[in-house]
Design a protein around this ligand. Structure first.
Ligand code: PEP
Ligand code: MN
Length: 350
């Protein structure tokens, strides 16, 4: 299942042109666009509001494709349903808010729309589960609930805008095997570069499809300009993705191993993201020492670090030798980086 459309509905022409081009490609099953945008800053574009629903309804009539919008309140749901939306989705910021989820669940009682539930912004699978539980408790049938993995917030900037945590999404699939799961590569990547790679990964993990942003002219987009693809580029990307059949002699074994590997990959990524940040700080220290004419190595400070962390090895269930050798490797790199700042021109290694 492919759900595609602009991040935001911006004008009648932008919605119609984008949706017509998406439909012409023949690969898209449903249109999406935000009309109420949950933006981090109040000074950003907040969405066009209800008028955008009329543009989407017109695009839907013109293309024969159903459409969905993001909702965060009972009022949004009422307006979306009245405009003919077949789907509403719950954004990451809303999934993590139990008050909003309760209001949304009540408002969906008895309605026939499909509800797509993005993962919450923080990696708390319980919040995601809770959102689904509120919907099912309000009588929303499982066939009408779809999960979307859109990655999780992080501190600082990394490779991804919202790094994927595939193992958390797999946990949700294990808990709700009957629900479909889509991947939103756009909000995971935050840029166009790795969209295909992430989409292929989702296909390899047996996701049921993609939820992806596309804009007729991404460079002029009022929100998420850097992650949107033109409809033509989206078609090319969708063409390149291989959806393999799920087959394995021992599916339970494969799944268990895969889950562990995903978690390990995720942790390795975090370990090196943190080390990279540590090295940037080491360079700051180098600059401060340079300004104050202080040596690179303060023996006492280093011994304190080693004693503290090696002393905690047991608490982490790690061997003291292991902790010491990791620390030594980190320290060598750190000294090299400080040296690079304090003695530019040398190779930086001791
Ligand atoms: C969106 O899909 O446009 C959106 C706001 O996504 P998220 O809730 O994943 O940030
Ligand atoms: Mn967006």
């Amino acid at each position: 299942m492919i759900v595609a459309g602009p991040c935001s509905a911006e004008s009648r022409a932008q919605v119609l042109d984008t949706c017509r081009a998406l439909a012409a490609g023949g690969r898209v099953d449903m249109l999406r666009a935000g009309v109420w945008k949950p933006r981090t800053s109040p000074s950003c574009f907040q969405g066009v509001g209800r008028i955008g629903l009329e543009w989407l309804a017109e695009a839907s009539r013109a293309t024969g494709l159903p459409f969905g919008v993001e909702v965060a309140s009972a009022e949004h749901i009422e307006a979306a349903v009245a405009a003919g939306a077949s789907m509403v989705w719950i954004g990451a910021r809303t999934t993590g808010n139990p008050f909003s989820m309760q209001e949304i669940a009540e408002a969906l009682r008895g309605s026939e729309v499909t509800v797509m539930v993005k993962n919450p912004a923080i990696p708390d699978v319980g919040l995601w589960r809770g959102a689904v539980e509120r919907l099912t408790a309000a009588g929303v049938a499982p066939e009408r609930i779809v999960l979307i993995h859109r990655g999780f917030s992080q501190t600082g900037r990394g490779l991804y805008r919202n790094p994927p945590m595939w193992h958390i999404a797999l946990d949700m699939r294990r808990d709700y095997p009957g629900l479909k799961m889509l991947c939103d590569p756009s909000h995971i990547c935050g840029s166009r570069e790795r969209l295909r790679e992430i989409s292929q990964k989702a296909a390899d993990l047996s996701y049921d499809g993609l939820f992806v942003e596309s804009h007729i002219d991404p460079s002029s987009a009022l929100s998420d300009a850097s992650q949107q693809l033109t409809p033509v580029d989206l078609d090319a990307m969708l063409d390149a993705i291989v959806w393999r059949r799920e087959e394995s002699p021992h599916p339970a074994f494969e799944q268990a191993i895969e889950r562990c590997r995903l978690e390990i990959d995720q942790i390795d990524m975090q370990v090196f993201d943190l080390l990279a940040r540590r090295m940037v700080i080491a360079e700051d220290i180098g600059r401060i020492k340079l300004q104050n004419d202080v040596t690179i190595l303060q023996r006492q400070r280093w011994e304190e670090i080693v004693d503290t962390l090696v002393g905690r090895a047991g608490q982490w269930k790690l061997s003291p030798d292991f902790v010491r050798s990791i620390l030594e490797a980190i320290h060598m790199e750190s000294i090299a980086r400080q040296n690079g700042v304090m003695n530019p021109g040398e190779d930086g290694r001791q």
